[in-house]
Design a protein around this ligand. Sequence first.
Ligand code: AMP
Length: 211
Amino acid sequence: MKNIIFIAPPAAGKGTQSNMLKEKFDYAHISTGDMLREAINSGSKLGMDVKNIIDKGELVSDDIIIKLVEEKLASLNGKPFILDGFPRTLNQAKSLDNIIDDNYVAIYLDLSEEEAVKRITGRLTCSCGKSYNVNIDSLKPKAEGICDDCGNALIKRDDDNVDAFKVRFKTFLDNTNGLLDYYEEKNKLVKINVNRDVLEIFNDISGVIND
Ligand code: AMP
C-alpha cells in the first residue's frame, strides 16, 4: 500500500477522504492544519506564533512546518501515512523527499474556486476529525450542529470565511503549479476530479493506492 500525499485547495475533501482511508486501510493521518490548530488550542508558543498567520489564510514558514512533519513521521515506525496539507510549497516537497522513500503517490484533488467557496462557507468540523457541510445534502449532520459519530458540538473554523478563503485559494494557486510539475516529472502524480460523490472519489483513491 502506497503512502499518500494530498494536494488540494481548501475544502476539496482531503480531511473527509483521509478519515475514510484511515478507517479502511489503517493509515496514520497527518494533517498539518490539525497539528497547528491543536498547538493554538493548547496555548503553546508555536500556537501563539502561528495563529495570526492561519487566521489570515497565509502559509506558516517552511522551517516550522517541515520540522513538525519530520518529527511526526519519525514517530510512525513505518506505518503507512497520509499527508493532508503538506507539502504546500516546492521547498516543502523537496525536503519531504529527503525524509521519505519513494513508495508514495501524490493525489491532486481538483476543485473549481466556485465550488470551493461554496464548500468553505458551509463547512463545520468536529473535534473528532469528522467534517460536515450544510451546503451539500450528503454531508449534512443528521442533527443540526451535532456530530453524527460522537455527539459533540460542531465548530466553524476561524479561517473558514470568505476573506481568508480568498487568500488561501490564491496561495494555493500560486504554489500548486510548481508542486504539480514536480510530482508529474517524478511520475508520481494522479489527478482526481472531486466535484463528485465522496464514495466515487474514495473508490478512485483506493484503486490508486493499491496499484
Ligand atoms: P488546512 O487545515 O490544511 O486548511 O490548513 C490550515 C492552515 O494551516 C493553512 O491555511 C496554513 O495557514 C497552515 N498550514 C497548514 N499546512 C501548512 C503547510 N504545509 N505549510 C504552511 N502552512 C500550512
